[in-house]
Design a protein around this ligand. Structure first.
Ligand code: TA6
Length: 308
């Protein structure tokens, strides 16, 4: 079975023989489309999203690096724009690989395709380089499976001195109707509520979170000691689990829905009532900083899976 690729006009697209597809813009290495075998789109993309490289894409999976939001008090990243430069840089396509695992249990081979993208200090535009003058390398891998999408970022410090980073996968999931959605997996997690200014940490008591207004929270789920105890976050719609998001080495989950006022304030957010059809579940390492020593590397990933 063949995976078909196309690499033109700044986009890389891969389609599995069974019809699932993923499309990645070289601008920001932004995943802008992920479809299941029936062609149903899993991600939300604003109708006014700029795809011409003039600004960060409003939707899909923008990459946040080396800073989440803005950090005026953090000397190293204080000059950077909101969410850093990764999502507005031109990445290069490093190549693709397919793997076929035929699990003993089933006859259908589980085919998956991995697309690799790279961004390094050498390829960074001079403005970003002047604001964050460190030697680094990023490898971003997007792996499309039959019922899952994994995106993984490896940050390498190629400098002779340490630097601090934050990393976040700013995923816009598509939902039918936000009023029938609930989010599990965040019960008893602590969170910072950013709506109406930053407040001291709170603890989520309810086992499920529903969205009936602007939500902008940085959660720190109480994962267990070992990575295998990471609590999956699920998006349930109409009583059915629509998405399961598993984090790998990312200790935070940001939950964001702009609701009507903030959506109206975002020029590239269309349609204006599109907040009813999207929910950002953003795995990241953003409370505090990861300090990378010279030669060190940091890897963080998410696997989003769905069921038909
Ligand atoms: O997703 C959390 C958040 O930090 C929100 O506060 C909001 O600013 C959102 O990111 C979008 O940011 P952007 O720079 O893409 O408009």
């Amino acid at each position: 079975p063949q995976v078909t690729f196309s690499d033109d006009n700044g986009r890389v697209t891969a389609v599995l023989p069974t019809g699932e597809s993923v499309e990645v813009l070289l601008y920001g290495a932004t995943v802008i489309s992920w479809k299941d075998k029936n062609g149903d789109e899993k991600l939300w993309l604003s109708k006014a999203a700029k795809l011409d490289g003039s600004k960060a894409v409003r939707g899909g999976i923008p990459l946040v690096f080396p800073v989440f939001g803005t950090a005026p008090d953090h000397e190293q990243t204080s000059k950077l724009p909101q969410h850093g430069f990764a999502r507005t840089s031109r990445w290069e396509f490093l190549g693709k690989s397919t793997s076929e695992s035929t699990p003993a249990s089933s006859t259908a081979a589980d085919l998956s395709v991995k697309l690799d993208f790279g961004l390094s200090s050498a390829g960074l535009d001079s403005d970003a380089k002047s604001k964050w003058p460190y030697a680094f390398n990023l490898i971003y891998s997007v792996t499309l499976g039959r019922e899952s999408l994994t995106t993984s970022l490896v940050v390498s410090n190629d400098d002779d001195k340490p630097f601090d980073v934050q990393v976040l996968l700013h995923t816009y999931l598509r939902v039918k109707d936000i009023s029938s959605v609930s989010i599990t997996g965040l019960g008893s997690a602590t969170y910072i509520d950013k709506v109406g200014g930053v407040s001291p940490p709170q603890t989520q008591s309810a086992s499920e979170l529903t969205i009936s207004g602007e939500v902008d929270r940085v959660y720190t789920p109480k994962d267990g000691a070992s990575p295998t105890e990471v609590v999956p976050v699920t998006v349930v719609e109409g009583g059915k689990t629509k998405f399961t998001v598993v984090r790998d080495n990312l200790s935070n989950v940001v939950v964001w829905n702009p609701w009507v006022d903030k959506a109206n304030g975002l020029g590239d957010f269309e349609p204006k009532d599109g907040y009813k059809n999207m929910l950002c579940i953003e795995p990241g390492s953003v409370s505090g900083w990861q300090t990378l020593e010279a030669g060190d590397a940091f890897e963080g990933a998410q696997t989003i899976s769905f069921s038909y």
